[in-house]
Design a binder for this molecule. Structure first.
Ligand SMILES: [Zn+2]
Ligand SMILES: [Zn+2]
Length: 266
């Protein structure tokens, strides 16, 4: 399993400490199958920069509907136009989308809001929505979703766990302190974890639903994860301060402050 960070940042770009950090995106290569985690603003440009054809993505897992994670309308339109204009449309072109229920139920309403008169006669890639949390197969791998606490509990949100060849990749999505994120990260070889809350922010873990570095470390420790990778951080705390704060949790595994285009092979 090869994991590439496409975006370790947030929706606030180019601030001190997060220069060149794109919004969340993680690309996992499984050999024959690949999975893109998060459909964030600009993620297709990041895929192009790493030499991946974004129109060839067949599996897309989205954690929740906040706009720093979910801009599927322009992504889908771009795939559609790219394939039609290049003559590369392959019948049937299918994109499997794993996402919480508000996305799987409401995407087409949002699409029709943008496109009440979508051009006829063009070939249209098919979207197959799979509502998370659930378990499913992606090639030889198992993809599982776990409900997590986020957005004061008002936004359906999912953490992901991907198991293949005896290895485990986990991704928190946006999450506060809850059982779901621990279950997702159980014994993970690489646990990509949001740390949107600052070191001094003790409230977000239980009120809004974000983790600070110490709380992220506590999740990783409870889960028995081997390595935690911080992402979705604001840049207000230094890398060194985040790592020190994480150590307070007692987590003894490897701690990494993730960067765009950083690669993890497990
Ligand atoms: Zn969010
Ligand atoms: Zn977010």
């Amino acid at each position: 399993m090869k994991i590439t960070i496409l975006g370790a940042g947030t929706d606030a770009s180019n601030l001190p400490g997060i220069e060149n950090r794109f919004p969340p995106g993680y690309f996992v290569e499984l050999g024959t199958e690949n999975i893109l985690f998060e459909c964030s603003e600009g993620v297709r440009f990041r895929l192009e920069q790493m030499g991946q054809d974004y129109t060839a993505i067949k599996h897309l897992a989205i954690s929740h509907s906040h706009p720093d994670h979910y801009v599927l309308v322009p992504f889908y339109q771009s795939i559609h136009n790219n394939l039609n204009w290049s003559g590369r449309y392959d019948e049937p072109h299918l994109l499997n989308i794993y996402a919480p229920k508000n996305i799987t139920r409401e995407f087409w309403d949002m699409w029709r809001m943008h496109h009440p008169n979508f051009p006829e006669g063009l070939k249209t890639p098919k979207l197959n929505f799979i509502t998370m949390p659930s378990e499913c197969r992606v090639g030889d791998a198992k993809l599982s979703g776990f409900s997590v606490y986020h957005g004061k509990g008002l936004v359906p949100a999912v953490a992901y766990r991907l198991e293949a060849g005896g290895k485990v990749f986990a991704y928190s999505g946006d999450s506060g302190i809850c059982d779901g994120v621990i279950e997702a990260a159980r014994n993970a070889d690489v646990f990509i974890c949001e740390t949107s809350a600052g070191i001094d922010d003790e409230k977000s873990g239980t009120v809004y639903g974000h983790l600070n570095p110490r709380q992220a470390g506590e999740v990783a420790k409870s889960a028995g994860a081997k390595q935690i990778v911080f992402v979705h951080y604001t840049g207000l705390d230094s890398d060194e301060a985040m790592i020190e704060d994480c150590k307070v949790s007692g987590f003894t595994g490897k701690v990494v402050v993730g960067k765009d285009f950083q690669v993890f092979e497990i």
